[in-house]
Design a protein around this ligand. Structure first.
Ligand SMILES: CC(=O)N[C@H]1[C@@H](OP(=O)(O)OP(=O)(O)OC[C@H]2O[C@@H](n3ccc(=O)[nH]c3=O)[C@H](O)[C@@H]2O)O[C@H](CO)[C@@H](O)[C@@H]1O
Ligand SMILES: C=C(OP(=O)(O)O)C(=O)O
Length: 422
């Protein structure tokens, strides 16, 4: 298992290119199952999760070809010869559950392993199931697998989600494109990944309105055709690298960054004393003073503060002036970075879903362990601003969501290296 070593740094200066979004690409890839014609994605991120999704789609009979060093994914689902998404692949990645809606719509049947939980919390699918059942699917849980069929095809329906779930909105949206008649999804998720998926589906011939709002209306069509679609920029990679100069000082321009992708995150940066400027190429970020100010953060669905940036923000607030309170409202176990940050000298108390961070002057390097994807990167950022050396182990989590992190941070002046273990 590889580790990453970072050494306390001076300022970071320069440009960081932002990749296509992991969480968008992982829902765009299953959309290929909806059509017999090819779907090509450009601006794909080079990540292990993308390879895992490629393997899953391949196991269903789709062809996924990685071109231009992985930046382009050419996919074809002409001959699907399997409708079972096996536990062995699904358990590796939550996003595997996104093949359910498309397979059901295209083949009238799907057997998909329930993902179970992961390090950050449970990953239930009740909202996905209720939505697909409203469209006419019959779904049963047998031996850990969801057995879904639609013997009479799917039929449009009005669905009100009890929570604006991103995954449920994606599964229902994809299924509804091929259902007969009109589907209305109320309390739909509004994340940029939903807008990107809807944009791609429209390019494939789907009739969708209202994406980006809480009410999405889909007019079912008989078939979808091929398309080429560029994956939207990764708002979480963007937010992560926007924080880098907030930790270390200096000025970093995130190429391809856009304010409309980051919602409440931009407001919290401003409150913490971090200046963000829109440029022709992206977003330029610098810290206003020597030390950032404490801010309170509550994670919420978009456009609220994203759960996927909570760990990185907590790491920053460890050295803020004052006390910050962070509330995690999306996942029940997403503070595992807190004890690791404490090993580096942070003062954090966790009670249930609330973490109170008392800012200290400086963190000190230490060996720490990454427990999930965003926790890993939060420890790297903390290490860059700490005194001495920090060794972050188990970085395979990191490779699920950040491409070439050593190169991207190294290019703006960070002291960072990967130690490969064979
Ligand atoms: C709202 C939110 O921040 N969603 C994030 C979530 O999406 P993801 O699609 O994984 O999760 P959802 O948006 O569905 O779930 C958010 C919440 O809803 C609950 N839930 C979900 C589905 C369901 O059927 N029943 C149910 O109760 C979950 O337990 C969780 O508490 O993780 C992704 C990867 O980190 C992020 O990109 C998404 O932005
Ligand atoms: C938790 C994440 O991803 P996943 O839902 O794929 O586990 C994430 O992107 O931060």
């Amino acid at each position: 298992m590889d580790s990453i070593i970072v050494r306390g740094n001076g300022e970071l200066n320069g440009q960081i290119p932002i990749a296509g979004a992991k969480n968008a690409c992982l829902t765009l890839m299953p959309a290929t199952l909806l059509s017999e014609e090819p779907l090509t994605l450009t601006n794909a991120p080079r990540l292990s999760d993308i390879k895992t999704m490629g393997l899953l789609l391949g196991s269903l009979g789709a062809e996924v070809t990685s071109l231009q060093d992985g930046k382009v994914l050419a996919m074809s689902s002409h001959d699907l010869d399997n409708h079972v998404a096996e536990y062995d692949i699904v358990r590796k990645m939550r996003a595997s559950n996104l093949v359910l809606g498309p397979m059901l719509a295209r083949l009238g049947q799907a057997v998909v392993s329930l993902p179970g939980g992961c390090a950050i919390g449970a990953r239930p699918m009740d909202l996905h199931i209720h939505g697909l059942e409203a469209l006419g699917a019959e779904i049963e849980l047998k031996e850990g697998y969801l057995h879904a069929k639609a013997p009479r095809g799917l039929k449009g329906a009005e669905i009100a989600l009890a929570f604006a779930s991103v995954g449920a909105t994606e599964n229902i949206l994809m299924a509804a494109t091929l259902a007969k008649g009109t589907t209305v999804i109320r309390n739909a998720a509004r994340e940029p990944e939903i807008v990107d998926l809807a944009t791609c589906l429209r390019a494939m011939g789907a009739q969708i309105e209202g994406d980006g709002t809480s009410e999405i209306v889909v007019q079912g069509v008989d078939r979808l055709h091929g398309a080429t679609h560029p994956v939207v920029a990764d708002r979480i990679e963007l937010g992560t690298y926007m924080l880098a100069p907030a930790f270390c000082g200096g000025e970093v321009e995130c190429l391809g960054g856009r304010l409309d992708l980051i919602g409440a995150f931009a407001e919290k940066l401003d409150a913490a004393g971090i200046h963000v400027e829109e440029t022709e190429k992206g977003l330029k970020v610098a810290r206003r003073n020597g030390r950032v100010s404490a801010v309170n953060v509550t994670t919420e669905p978009f456009p609220g503060f994203p759960t996927d940036l909570q760990a990185q923000m907590m790491a920053l607030l460890c050295t803020a002036e004052g006390t910050s309170v962070l509330e995690e409202k999306i996942f029940e176990n997403r503070f595992m970075h807190a004890p690791e940050l404490v090993r580096m000298g942070a003062s954090i108390e966790v009670h249930g879903g609330t973490a109170t961070v008392h800012g200290v002057e400086r963190l000190k390097g230490a060996p720490v362990m990454a427990t999930d994807l965003r926790a890993s990167v939060s420890l790297i950022l903390a290490g860059l601003a700490a005194e001495g050396e920090t060794i972050v182990s188990r970085v395979y989590h990191l490779d699920r969501g950040y491409e070439r992190v050593e190169e991207k941070l190294g290019n703006v002046g960070a002291h960072i290296e990967r130690v490969r273990e064979t």
